[in-house]
Design a protein around this ligand. Structure first.
Ligand code: PLP
Length: 397
């Protein structure tokens, strides 16, 4: 038998502590490893697999477009790119779109857009305020934007032009705002930060402050967008309209794509200001178009609210039974469970053994991001495995 894991250790840069499973096949919420073992996938490619694995809509879109036109350059018009931009604009509060290949790139572009706006309209202001415990990506600038020491430390000195302040604290934001500030960038729920949900009024208050100062609000909806939290975009749930929004992850249903969406007055990029070789290619856009149409036509945001409530209720049931669970929190199908000690990794490994894939996002926090098509029955199956795993881990220690 081929030792894939040994080969990985030999040939790849060791940037991830991978779990000891080699996945080879997927169908809906199920995946199979190299040895044929089946798992329920509640990681969903880190909130990417909007319709689950190998959904026919996604497979057909890829196959059809791959046989027609995969990539040109952005020197030419291509139909899927235009259609996807139109769909995104018609279903949001934005007027213009730029496509990238990933979330990090979308955020990087959003910051460039805000800086260009700052140069033109805010007396050269260029600084962007972001939050501690955030996650915005892995380029040097996005590491500077990401307010987490562990990601920043190895790369100091970082690009300047970012100030990190406490999340869910409007006073801290106000204090950090200067004449050099051109924008505030934040997540409506800090996903990688452990599914941290701010106070109900926080995002509205941030919007209000940005309006007062004439600075831009950028919402990073890379994890919360595409119905993940029960509305097509999370800003709709918050009751505000940002000036710029970034998307990625669920937008392509598994195919890499990111996007910057902006209001007309902020969409100040002109020819040559920003660009990409692969971004907006026909294959990614045709796939994303099929995913987005399905999400909208099948009313997945409503479905996410319904199954998400069921999931939260079932986890709450576990919390009542198992003393080690201190909190269950989430919106839609972005959910976390917190323990009173650092046992999340052990629970994740026990789940893995029992055929359930989950994500350990902090030493004491598990995160769940299943496909938006997950059923109540699949949630119930996951809950049984999770309950057994937690019991096994706590009885052992
Ligand atoms: N922003 C948020 C909120 C994210 O959750 C992530 C990835 O987890 C990113 C940005 C980076 O996206 P990508 O990994 O596609 O570059």
């Amino acid at each position: 038998m081929v030792q894939w894991q040994e080969l990985e250790q030999k040939y790849l840069m060791q940037t991830v502590n991978r779990l000891p499973v080699t996945l080879v096949k997927g169908d809906g919420i199920r995946v199979w490893d190299y040895d044929g073992k089946e798992y329920l996938d509640f990681v969903g490619g880190w909130a990417v697999n909007t319709l689950g694995h190998c959904h026919p809509v996604v497979v057909q879109a890829i196959t059809k477009q791959a046989g027609m036109l995969i990539q040109t350059s952005n020197q030419f018009y291509t139909i899927p790119q235009v259609c996807l931009a139109e769909l995104l604009v018609k279903n949001s509060c934005f007027n213009r779109v730029f496509f990238s290949n990933s979330g990090t790139e979308a955020n990087e572009g959003a910051v460039k857009l805000a800086r260009k706006y700052g140069k033109a309209h805010l007396n050269n202001a260029h600084e962007v305020i972001t939050m501690f415990n955030s996650f915005h990506g892995r380029t040097l600038a996005m590491v500077a934007a990401t307010g987490q020491e562990k990601y920043q430390h190895p790369y100091i000195p970082l690009p300047d032009g970012f100030a990190n302040v406490e999340y869910d604290n409007v006073a801290a934001l106000k204090e950090a705002t200067t004449s050099q500030t051109c924008a505030v960038m934040l997540e409506t729920v800090q996903g990688e930060g452990g599914v941290i949900i701010p106070n109900k009024s926080y995002i509205k208050e941030v919007r209000h402050w940005c309006d007062q100062k004439g600075i831009l609000l950028i919402l990073d909806e890379i994890q919360t967008g595409i119905a993940r939290v029960g509305t097509l975009f999370s800003y709709q749930r918050c009751g505000v309209e940002p000036d710029i929004m970034t998307l990625a992850k669920g937008l392509g249903g598994g195919i890499p794509i990111g996007a910057i969406l902006a209001k007309e007055k902020v969409a100040v990029f002109g020819p040559g200001d920003h660009g990409t070789t692969f971004g907006g290619n026909p294959l990614a856009c045709a796939t994303s178009l099929a995913v987005m149409k399905y999400v909208i036509e099948e009313a997945l945001p409503d479905r996410v609210q319904e199954v998400g409530t069921h999931f939260l209720g079932r986890l709450e049931g576990l919390r009542v039974k198992l003393k080690c669970i201190t909190e269950v929190r989430g919106q839609g199908l972005l959910i976390a469970l917190q323990f009173n000690e650092d046992i999340a990794n052990k629970v994740m490994l026990s789940c893995l053994e029992k055929g359930l894939l989950i994500n350990c996002v902090k030493p004491n926090v598990l995160r769940f991001m299943p496909p938006l098509t997950v059923t109540r029955d699949e949630i119930d199956q996951a809950i049984v495995i999770l309950g057994e795993a937690i019991t096994a881990v706590t009885e052992d220690s």
